[in-house]
Write a protein that binds this ligand. Structure first.
Ligand code: PLP
Length: 424
């Protein structure tokens, strides 16, 4: 099946007389005839459900659709994108370990690595995604357990050179984990370029309607854990909390990562996605391919309009041929990038605030990447405690406006931007 077809068909195959749409199985528990039947589930010897904190049929069907879209071998849903990034990283790196991460990542993930996981004894080295192979190489330590990056970074919109990062990771015997939220598997499938594990904030384009928070983790099944058994004892030595199962032996490359992440981390941390949210996410996934195409068409027209507007100081959009990452875009994202555009208006911070006040369709919201066009001025909202100098150091210019272009008629969006710019 092609991607557009998988969006509709993958993950759930109803039998004779079954509901056509994925059923919402809201039940927390599942019934068995004998204690022995249930015991086999607890020993991971049989497949089945017993408690929705570990696995739920509705969530599994939606995870299977995302798995098919990414071209992976196993997947799981989580309660949010942050939960997905935490579980994916913590499944590999614990106290005394080290992560190499691109410095151009979502602010929440930056805090997760830099503050919260640091308190758990995990260290991180941030590297500029445009660094040389030698600089990247120098960031590794003997205790490095993974490399992390974002396909298209939120909010900097930097594009990752996936093959460069995958080569470095594999040369040091560790997997490349990538957050593919902004590109979605419609525009990029990182596994095709050597990435090993993909995460998502499904809250963004996958849901696409501001309707439900969620996350997902997908394994490519390509990383050979047993070939690096000393580095990954959690996957390659017996887990005492499951009667001595060794995940990499029992579930192979295809299933070890997600089985451990579900059976051990989800069991203990409990950051599940609810079946109702998974149902809403599935509705979003059905139209993902159509929506992504429209988001990208609209965003490119908006970026071109802004680029030639006299009141606009600068524009950044990965799909613009004038951008510094355009060679990477042609290689990794030939069919489209995302719907997010950032730009600066004349008059700096005051100009940006004035411009946004006059917008009628583009609404002010902290969210990005959904059907509704929305806009944010970080300097007066998410980053408002910072001075202009601090903002510039953090890569967030005082005049930066982040515009998430929706799927409305683009002429209405352009007219709205035009009339607001005319008033500053
Ligand atoms: C929003 C976002 C997250 C966090 O996802 P939540 O669902 O809000 O927890 C992680 N990564 C990226 C790239 C995001 O845009």
């Amino acid at each position: 099946m092609r991607q557009e077809t998988k969006c509709i068909q993958a993950g759930y195959h109803p039998g004779n007389g079954d509901p056509r749409m994925i059923p919402i199985i809201q039940s927390t528990t599942f019934k068995y005839d004998t204690s022995e039947d249930m015991g086999r589930l607890f020993d991971l010897e049989a497949d089945g459900y017993f408690y929705s904190r570990l696995q739920n049929p509705t969530c599994d069907m939606v995870a299977a659709k995302i798995c098919a879209l990414e071209g992976g071998t196993a997947a799981m849903l989580t309660g949010s994108g942050m939960a997905a990034n935490f579980l994916a990283a913590f499944n590999l790196a614990g106290c005394g370990d080290h992560i190499v991460s691109s410095s151009c990542i979502y602010g929440g993930t930056f805090n997760l690595f830099h503050v919260t996981m640091k308190r758990m004894g995990v260290e991180v080295t941030f590297v500029d995604p445009d660094c040389t192979e030698e600089e990247l190489d120098a960031a590794f330590r003997p205790n490095t357990k993974l490399v992390f990056g974002e396909t298209i970074a939120n909010p900097s919109l930097a594009v990752l050179d996936i093959e460069k990062f995958a080569r470095a990771a594999h040369a040091h015997g560790v997997p490349l984990v990538m957050d593919n939220t902004f590109a979605t598997p419609i525009n990029c499938r990182p596994f095709e370029f050597g990435c090993d594990i993909v995460t998502h904030s499904t809250t963004k384009y996958m849901d696409g309607h501001d309707a439900s928070l969620g996350g997902a983790i997908v394994d490519s099944g390509n990383f050979d854990w047993m070939a690096h058994a000393d580095r990954f004892p959690g996957l390659c030595t017996p887990d005492e909390s499951y009667h001595g199962i060794t995940y990499a032996e029992r579930f192979g490359r295809e299933g070890a990562f997600i089985t451990k992440c579900t059976a051990q981390l989800m069991r203990d941390l409990g950051t599940v996605q609810s079946p109702m949210n998974a149902y809403l996410l599935n509705l979003g996934l059905e139209s993902l391919a159509v929506r992504m195409q429209r988001h990208c068409e609209n965003a490119l027209k908006v970026a071109e309009f802004l680029e030639q507007h006299e009141k606009v100081a600068w524009v950044k959009y990965p799909g613009l041929p004038s951008g510094k990452d355009y060679a990477l875009v042609q290689k990794y994202l030939p069919h489209g990038t995302c719907g997010v555009v950032s730009f600066g208006v004349q008059g700096g911070r005051k100009g940006a605030e004035e411009f946004m006040k006059h917008l009628k369709i583009a609404m002010i919201a902290t969210h990005v990447a959904d059907a509704h066009t929305c806009v944010l001025h970080p300097a007066s909202s998410t980053h408002r405690q910072m001075t202009d100098e601090e903002l510039i150091a953090a890569g967030v210019a005082p005049d930066l406006v982040r515009l998430s272009v929706g799927i409305e008629n683009v002429d209405d969006i352009l007219e709205d931007l035009g009339q607001a710019l005319a008033q500053i």
